[in-house]
Design a protein around this ligand. Structure first.
Ligand SMILES: C[S@@+](CC[C@H](N)C(=O)[O-])C[C@H]1O[C@@H](n2cnc3c(N)ncnc32)[C@H](O)[C@@H]1O
Length: 259
């Protein structure tokens, strides 16, 4: 997959060239490039912004350098998505990341200041995506988040395909707790089912912990996962035990405390 990021701060993107994504690029699995919008400005001083029509605080990014940069990057036979990172876009989810990971090419536009002249978006953008309900100073961090979560879904990038599938949000439940050596750390021990080597027990423990955490933290997600799902008699016992645990904990919390 080829990803081109249009920005006025290309030097901000070193994190995308390190670690797992850095290795994936060396292995030729993805190609991530930053393009400086400023180099497309036809303005005498290479400006990329101007005051907004209608007044108001802040500056607006000019349409011309953005449109020229996108047209140059996409060439004649572009087959992919052109995305503007924007707080008014559709909020990024794991499902959207999975869809985007199937694209051949992505062009990401990072805004700054008050945003981008609407005409650049009308002419050259397919979709606006937000990374959450808050406002950032620029689209660069948003682009990094999007690239990171999409790139790790590209086959071969993680090296271990299963780990992407069993993680939180992919399986429909949040992830169970993870442990590594030592068995005992400051008196806190690794749960017994993970130590006995019985794969059926390990799986039961993982699913019940996942369901428990999801019911506690994201009940709407847990109920969506449970809805319409067919369980074997054994799986039903595991699920029922999680609900019993929650009921018992809640009852203990509500019970009057002894002096
Ligand atoms: C200060 S913001 C502009 C905010 C805009 N005036 C508004 O009120 O919606 C500057 C740039 O940061 C980026 N940005 C801000 N918040 C974002 C978010 N939640 N998700 C993605 N990009 C965001 C966009 O590219 C935006 O053009």
């Amino acid at each position: 997959m080829k990803i081109t990021i249009l920005t006025i701060f290309p030097e901000m993107f070193t994190p995308l060239h390190e670690s797992i994504l850095g290795r994936a690029q060396k292995a030729g699995l993805i190609d991530i490039r930053e393009v400086d919008i400023r180099s497309y400005s036809k303005n005498k001083h290479h400006n990329t912004d101007d005051a907004p029509y209608g007044g108001g605080a802040g500056m607006v990014m000019l349409a011309q350098p953005i449109v020229d940069a996108i047209r140059d990057v996409q060439g004649e036979h572009f087959s992919g998505k052109r995305i503007y990172l924007s707080p008014r876009g559709r909020t990024l989810t794991q499902q959207m990341a999975e869809e985007l990971a199937k694209e051949e090419e992505l062009i990401l536009l990072c805004g700054h200041y008050e945003g981008v002249d609407q005409r650049a978006l009308d002419l050259c953008i397919d979709e606006e995506i937000s990374i959450g309900d808050y406002v950032l100073t620029g689209g660069e961090l948003g682009a990094m988040v999007l690239v990171d979560c999409v790139a790790r879904l590209i086959p071969g990038v993680l090296g271990c395909e299963e780990s992407a599938q069993t993680e939180s949000f992919s399986s429909g439940l949040l992830e169970y707790p993870q442990y590594t050596r030592p068995r005992d750390f400051e008196g806190l021990t690794v749960p017994e089912p993970l130590l006995n080597g019985n794969h059926a027990h390990i799986e039961d423990w993982q699913i019940s912990e996942s369901l428990y955490i999801t019911l506690r933290r994201r009940p709407e997600m847990a109920h969506a996962w449970l809805k319409g799902r067919k369980f074997t008699r054994h799986q039903k016992k595991v699920v029922d035990a999680v609900f019993d645990r929650i009921r018992e904990e809640d009852a203990a919390q509500e019970a009057p405390q002894e002096e």
